[in-house]
Ligand binder design. Structure first.
Ligand code: CP
Ligand code: NVA
Length: 312
């Protein structure tokens, strides 16, 4: 069988994700009960980070350790990756020594190139194009609270960047309706939008996007690498704040999500992110459970059904 990579949500079918999400639920229950199945014992995950991370690093590193494996953190600063060794050569070498590689890259092309030369699964842990791992967590967290996301209405309000692209992919794969509101000049890539068909609608205002939504989502206004544009972005995005007024347009039981880190008083008010509709901490925790299931799916060729034995 050819190597399974996870570079975009479009890489697998909804049926595959249903297996991964069901396994994530079983792993969460096991974890909550203090049980740690060691389905990835003696497996090693290489983790390449060209950008900062808290949640992604922790969830992958803790996740594989909890399944009996090990992670190795590879920073370009301390490896030859940062000194110009070709990606192809790095991929050929690294993938001979580990069982999977997770990459957070500035340029999506780098992850594709690495995957093309890798003998083992490569996981996209955020690029300038998308952030598929976050969407597994977001769908999981939504469904834990509200049941199937299929046919629901989701509002994306903010930058049409990597997270927005993964929401568009998710609308296609999980079959939900997505309303997107971004400032002029910050719209998502039209090719990504077109691929999702008629499930995705671009509207002008935050209120229009939130209208009748079951889930309201945003992200930072200046992503990693866009720090120089921060002042301009603060001005351009100022009518796209998620506040109580925006949430009032959504359904009364709508949830609020944010991949984090968040800036209270910029893209979201403290009242919303710290309020009763916000599930951001559950969303962050879901990274752990969903990525454990994803690691099994990619490394073992399918998710395991081993839920381990209670610790004596
Ligand atoms: N949401 C997310 O990917 O967070 P980190 O940047 O902390 O990994
Ligand atoms: N859009 C953000 C997401 C961080 C998890 C960024 O790329 O910095």
């Amino acid at each position: 069988m050819s190597v399974r990579h996870f570079l975009s949500l479009l890489d697998y079918s909804q049926a595959d994700y249903r297996r991964i999400l069901a396994r994530a639920e079983a792993l969460k229950k096991a974890y909550d009960a203090g049980v740690r199945p060691d389905t990835l014992r003696q497996r090693v995950l290489g983790m390449i980070f060209e950008k900062a991370s808290t949640r992604t690093r922790l969830s992958f590193e803790a996740g594989i350790a909890q399944l009996g494996g090990t992670a190795i953190f590879l920073s370009p600063r301390d490896t030859q990756l940062g000194r110009g060794e070709p990606i192809e050569d790095s991929a050929r070498v690294i993938s001979r020594m580990v069982d999977a590689v997770m990459i957070r890259a500035k340029d999506h092309h780098m992850v594709e190139q690495f995957a093309a030369y890798s003998r083992v699964p490569v996981i996209n842990a955020l690029t300038d194009l998308n952030h598929p791992c976050q969407l597994l967590a977001d769908v999981f967290a939504f469904e834990q609270n509200r049941g199937s996301i299929q046919g629901k209405r989701v509002a994306w309000i903010g930058d049409g960047f990597n997270m927005c692209h993964s929401y568009i992919n998710a609308a296609q794969v999980f079959d939900f309706e997505l309303m997107i509101a971004t400032p002029e000049g910050y719209q998502p890539d039209p090719a990504v939008v077109a691929a999702a068909g008629d499930r995705v609608h671009i509207v002008r205002t935050a209120h229009e996007a939130a209208s009748g939504a079951d889930l309201v989502v945003t992200d930072v206004w200046a992503s990693m690498g866009q720090e120089d544009e921060r002042e301009r972005r603060l001005r351009d995005f100022k009518t796209f704040v998620i506040d109580d007024g925006v949430m009032a347009h959504a359904n009364s039981d709508a949830l609020f999500m944010h991949c984090l880190p968040a800036h209270r008083g910029e893209e979201v008010t403290a009242e919303v992110i710290d309020g009763p509709q916000s599930v951001v901490w559950q969303e962050a925790e879901a990274r752990l459970h969903t990525q454990k299931a994803l690691l099994e799916f990619l490394i073992l060729g399918d998710v395991s059904d081993d839920v381990g034995n209670p610790v004596a």
